[in-house]
Design a protein around this ligand. Structure first.
Ligand code: NDP
Length: 284
């Protein structure tokens, strides 16, 4: 009987990348599912991405994740994009099928899945997103495509904020207003789901929180954070104090990892193993 000693290879290209926890989570999931796959965390500096993607093709990697600073540049090296990745203009996951590279963005899909799992689907709802960077773009586009009625953007940099708002209005059926983030802004009237998509609260400054009027948060709102380390952020604690439901960023991270796992292996991911692994890594 012939044996197959060749492992399925996946991984992440990024810089900095040393503290990226995805590899530990994916490797634990591969082991639990009994799959011979390896996830390698690779330092790929800005300027080296074209060579890294060529290398990925040469050694027949099954796929990669992209993180800072490669999520936008990688588009030019791919053969095909998912509809959401094309609108977002950024890719965090590549699948290599017989040398054909397809890019998707699973950050927003992971967030969307968290909303669904927590019984807060965005369909017909009014979302307000704090921030307009990579995570905010992915979350905003995916929730708009999932049928959110409004996706408002609150951001310091007006160019970036208005750009994301214009994108929602021009490429999706949702409506969007941009709100300049000056002073202690209150979430726009009618907000159902308020999302912190800034890095405020992220390790090591776990005391950081968005400068907003927390007293304007009501018990009918759902507060969500993309920050996963520590997932018990001051933003979520403040919202909870006002009676809001809370959804943390750990679920989003596990969900996007599980989506990537399925895209690469075709097998349903053992998600509880992934969440447990992350909790252990973060000392939770
Ligand atoms: P970016 O640098 O692309 O964007 C950051 C955004 O936050 C910008 O809009 C910026 O505003 C805003 N911002 C930063 N500091 C402040 C501040 N002091 N006050 C107000 N706004 C501020 O970062 P990303 O979008 O890539 O990442 C954001 C967070 O999302 C990170 O914590 C990251 O770890 C997390 N993330 C979580 C994922 C998960 O699976 N849970 C997946 C991906 C990301 P401005 O435009 O004005 O500069």
């Amino acid at each position: 009987m012939s044996r197959n000693y060749r492992s399925g290879l996946v991984g992440v290209f990024g810089c900095p990348v040393d503290e990226n926890p995805t590899g530990v989570m994916e490797e634990a999931a591969f082991a639990a599912a009994g799959l011979d796959y390896r996830y390698i965390t690779m330092l790929v500096r800005g300027g080296d991405l074209a060579a890294a993607v060529a290398g990925m093709r040469a050694v027949n990697m099954r796929g990669v994740n992209l993180t800072i600073p490669h999520k936008v540049e990688v588009l030019q090296y791919l053969d095909e994009l998912s509809p959401a990745a094309e609108i977002i203009g950024a890719v965090n996951t590549v699948v290599n099928t017989d040398g054909r590279l397809w890019g998707d963005n699973t950050d927003g899909k992971g967030f969307l899945q968290s909303l669904m799992e927590e019984g807060a689907p965005p369909e017909g709802r009014h979302l307000t997103i704090l921030g307009a960077g990579g995570a905010a773009r992915a979350v905003a586009v995916e929730c708009a495509l999932a049928g959110a009625a409004r996706v408002d953007i609150v951001n310091r940099d007006p160019g970036r904020g208005r750009g994301l708002s214009d994108l929602i209005n021009s490429r999706t059926k949702s409506r969007s207003d941009f709100h300049a983030w000056t002073g202690r802004i209150a979430p726009p009237e009618g907000t159902d789901i308020l999302v912190n998509a800034t890095p405020l609260g992220l390790h090591p400054d776990v005391t950081g929180k968005p400068d907003i009027d927390y007293d304007a948060i009501t018990g009918s709102m759902t507060a969500c954070d993309v920050v996963f380390n520590d997932p018990d952020t001051p933003f979520l604690r403040e919202a909870e104090k006002r009676g809001a439901r809370r959804i943390n960023g750990l679920g989003m991270l596990a969900n996007q990892g599980a989506l990537n796992f399925k895209l690469w292996t075709g097998v349903e991911a053992p998600k509880s193993v992934m969440i447990e692994t992350l909790r252990r890594e973060f000392g939770l």
